[in-house]
Every structure is written in structure tokens, then in C-alpha cells.
Ligand binder design. Sequence first.
Ligand code: CP3
Length: 352
Amino acid sequence: MDEVHEPLFVRACRGEPVERTPIWVMRQAGRYLPEYRDVRAQTDFLGLCKTPELAAEVTFQPIRRYGLDAAIIFSDILVPVEAMGIPLDYQPGPVLGKTVQSMSDVDALRIPDPVSDMGFVMDAVRTFVSGMPQTPLIGFAGAPFTLAAYMIEGGGSRHYAETKRFLYDQPKVARALLSKLARTVADHLIAQAEAGCSALQLFDSWAGYLSRDDYLSFALPFTIEIVEVVKAAKPDVPFIVFPKGAAACFPELASIGADVLGVDWLFPLDEVDRRTEGKVVLQGNLDPCVLFGPKENIERQVQRILNEALHIKGHVFNLGHGILPQTDPEHMGALVESVKRLGVRRVPADLQ
Ligand code: CP3
């Protein structure tokens, strides 16, 4: 009877029976919400991340407003990068105070202790879990390739040209950097699970800028290392990997030991399921811009995605990337309402 007490979202991540498709949304706490903008007006973005009561408060906000099936702790993928010794600012996109260009720059990076150097994240996790114990909380980190891209470019980038130049000109230095990031990220994820997170997600937001060959060479091995280390320490905590744009590598990604594969909106879920041979639960995959259009179209597209997911191993509804700041909060409400009304009861094939 134990599983009756496990939340819907956690059971869906494991491919277990669910009474309805669960939903949460990447970047669900953020600037599209007026209550977020009110809290944010009190401090800058990093101040918000580093004040556990405020970080927990903005994590609660979308749960209170929409009754989502999971929360994601309010932080940023670049928090560990700052803890490694790179000054960080947001304007509003991230701006790094130094870039990594050589082996001596890699050697100078610290491997942070998650509890003493990023304890504010774990404090925010504990504050959330004690305030909303019924809602599963997702901890997260950026994948090594995406974090390395910020460290090499010094911020966001249009083409990631400097990052690619670095991979091709200095592959040994690149691997040393990616390896240091993998250790940092694995430690950070384990610490979030110890503090009370019920699931973990790895964001490889810029994976889609790499060719299949370069992804297999510079990104996948470090993602595998993280999944192995985290799963060895926390075997029961569902692991979601979100390699945005990396559909070319889905067959390989289905076999790395992650429970859930996050999918962007380019391919229908039934096709992704065929390419991953039903090995993983899929999360996604509504285009965030659909929320800009009329509610009837939001509902129609929700129904389409649920239909496409009907026979896959398991499904967690989400957008294919983060919700955009221009989104009307009412349209996010229409999305959640549609998934809750139309979401399907699911009994995995091997239990039928
Ligand atoms: O609900 C949540 O998901 C909130 C937690 C969260 C944030 N960032 C808050 C945030 C999460 C999970 C992230 C992850 C993150 N951060 C990613 C991976 C997800 C993705 O979208 O691919 C990336 C690439 C970053 C780096 C980053 N942080 C960028 C590019 C920006 C600027 C974004 C923008 O829209 O201007 C940030 C800042 C940031 N992180 C904001 C929020 C709410 C906006 C900052 C503000 O309030 O001014």
C-alpha cells in the first residue's frame, strides 16, 4: 500500500500507475507572475536565490495559484558556478565576471562544498518541504556542457562559437573543465536530495547547439557520470534529464539510467517513444509560445499531446522549455486546468 502515499508526479516519473497525467512547468516561478514581481522588487535576483524564506516563498507561489503536481526549488543553474569562484551578476541575463580560457583557469576553479558554499539552496529546500510537505519538490542543476558554455562565453550567446572553438582547439582543457563541473553538479544534486527534494532534473539547455558527434563526445559522458554518481547515492529519487534540442541523441540518452527524458516541442512524444524503445518516461512537450494564443488552442494542443502520449511508458506534462515572462497568468491557468481535466489514467502495459 506504500505507493498510495507516493505523490502522483513521483509515481509517473517511475512509470507506475497514475490516476491522471501530472503537470508542472519549467520556470513556473518567475516574472510572468505578479506575486513574483512583488517579492522580486524587494531584492536583486541573486539576493532572492540566497534568502531561503524568499526563495521558498516564490517556490510556493505557482503551487498556491495553480495546484501544480510538483514544485521546482527557486535557484539558478549558475549558483554553483559562482561557488566555483566566478563572480556572477544578472542584467537580467547572466553576466560572468571572468571567463575560462586555459588550463590554469580550470585549475583555479574550486570544487565547492554544497552545504557550506551553497547552504542557502538546501535551507530553501527544507523551508519549502516543511511548509508544503504534500507537494514533491524538484532539485536541479545545469549540465556540464551548458555551464561550461556560460563560463567560456562569459554569458549567454547567439551561436556558442567561442565554446565550440574551445572544444575543438583545446579538447583536453575542455574535458578537464567538464569533469570538474560534473563533480560539482553531482555533489550539488545529492545535497538537494538529502535536504528533501523528491526528484532531480539536469538542464542541458544549450545541448541542441552541438552536432550529434560533438554531443556524444563532449556532453553525454559527463551527463552519464552525474547520473551514475547521483543514482548510486540516491537510487530511489527519480532523475530527469532535459537535453534541450538533443533529439539526435535520444536513443543513447534512454539508456543512461535516468528515469525521465525531458523533450522539447519539435517531435511528437509517440515518435520519441519509438526512438527510445519505450525505455524511459517522457516529460513535455508543449511549445511555450502556445500560451500566447487563445485558450481554445491551448486546450486543443493539450489534447493532441495527451493523445500522442497515450501508449508511451509514462508521461509528465510540461512545456518543451521554460515559460516566458510575457505569458498571461490566466493562460497558464487554462493549461493546468486542461491537463487536469483531460489527463489520462494510466496503467503500464506490464501491469495490465
Ligand atoms: O520555477 C523555476 O523554474 C525557477 C527556478 C529557475 C530559474 N532559473 C530562475 C530564474 C530555474 C530552474 C532556472 C534554470 C536556468 N537558469 C536555466 C535552465 C532552464 C532553461 O530555461 O533552459 C538557465 C539556462 C538559466 C540561466 C539564466 N538565469 C538565464 C538565461 C536567465 C535570464 C533569463 C531571462 O528570462 O531573462 C536567468 C535569470 C533567472 N533565473 C530568472 C529567473 C526567474 C529571471 C531573473 C529575474 O527575476 O530578473
